[in-house]
Unconditional design. Structure first.
Lengths: 248, 248
């Protein structure tokens, strides 16, 4: 192997080990053994475990960021659904390492590992904003995107621990939560509401948004919900005007 | 001062300093000076800065957890609104320390600090679930609550950096996002949908939920949204049955 090949091999082997176990459970000896190399040879390429951990994490971050890339074709929720499929596939295949990294408090956490996490989050947010294709996203919309990314992280972390629902269900729910968060933000921002109309118009009934709309519409069949929501929609002043003296 | 009083004083002084600056910018000398004590005296009580940091963090965690406590009176969204007011007040008064703690990758991050963060998150989730008063919350509902707590954390962290909206607006939005997340979860879980009806029935038009319902109802006045949502609500099969040969 050339110097470059050996270095790449060590990183690949380390990434594989760090994906399967938390960093404190992986030693330089483990990496050397898995790479068929000697301990001194590993130290020839990397000053220590932390440097190798950070380098393999950088590679994992690049791989994950690449999975966010998606052509700007078709309804937005279907694009996001495909992206989430690739994201969850990554989470699943790098499970224990992903969990150790994001759970925090790891002995291997450092400004270097934080920078990698931040960079992946930024890449995810940029991709989503690019698909929204809104020239100047408002602070509120940017915050909605970042908060939803945090939601996706925590939800997939929890899922890794419990696997209480099938992966496809998680994939669908996360996309629908984004659609809901976008709708909520649009309800507060008239300029975004106009964009939302175009977004909904491009959606298909059998896509994540169509299924969400029907699930929500189904709620109105539950006894009491239509009446309660209608009373709230009519509003405080109107209620007072229509039913003077009533407070029930 | 008695031994206990001195110890408490050092913790209080440390908490004050760690609230205002990230841990790496606070030294034992700073703490000694602010407490009117000598450096050896501080070391007499605590083995080092990390121990004092973790102890002051534990106190801050207890104080924050206490702020989540709220009587089970009145509409749910109004209870949550009061809790969020106290939470955001804490975030504001402990800003830089709160940010350094949650941003991760801090040099002072440790299993001890992670345990404090986890404990505060668990206290927050338990409080919310107790207000929902659902005997056996489903995994989906628990996940919704935890994901919303993550949303509140990231949103308040971002707010600390930019303060792009008034604090009261953030407080209202966070509560409304919880109501939306709960509604979405109920749309997938029939047993929760029944509970949701009772929850909506107790809400008031001028509370966070009432205002949310009217904001969302306002979206239907935006040209195109009613048509697009109706087409999605009718569903794929029905659309195909009604308009054979049409795919527009």
């Amino acid at each position: 192997m050339s110097v470059d090949e050996r270095r790449e091999q060590l990183i690949a082997v380390a990434l594989e080990l760090f994906s399967r176990r938390p960093p404190e459970e992986v030693s330089i000896d483990d990496i050397a053994a898995a790479a068929g190399a000697s301990r001194p040879l590993v130290y020839h390429y990397f000053p220590g475990k932390q440097a190798l951990y950070e380098e393999s994490l950088r590679r994992a971050g690049q791989e994950l960021s690449a999975r966010f890339e998606e052509p700007a074709d078709g309804p937005l929720s279907e694009r996001l659904y495909r992206v989430m499929g690739r994201y969850l596939d990554f989470v699943q295949s790098h499970g224990p390492g992903f969990a150790a990294l994001l759970r925090g408090g790891s002995v291997a956490a450092s400004p270097g590992t934080s920078a990698v996490i931040d960079e992946v989050r930024r890449a995810a947010a940029d991709q989503i904003l690019s698909h929204l294709a809104i020239p100047a996203p408002s602070p509120g919309l940017r915050l909605t995107v970042r908060a939803w990314i945090a939601n996706a992280e925590i939800t997939s972390l929890e899922w890794l621990g419990e696997r209480s629902v099938p992966l496809e269900e998680l994939q669908l729910h996360l996309v629908q939560e984004f659609v809901a968060a976008l709708t909520l933000t649009a309800a507060r921002e008239p300029a975004l509401a106009v964009e939302l109309a175009g977004f909904f118009a491009a959606e298909r009934p059998d896509g994540p948004t169509g299924r969400l709309v029907r699930d929500l519409a189904g709620l109105f069949a539950v006894p009491g919900i239509t009446e309660a929501v209608t009373a709230l929609a009519v509003g405080a002043d109107d209620v007072a005007a229509q039913e003077p003296g009533s407070d029930g």
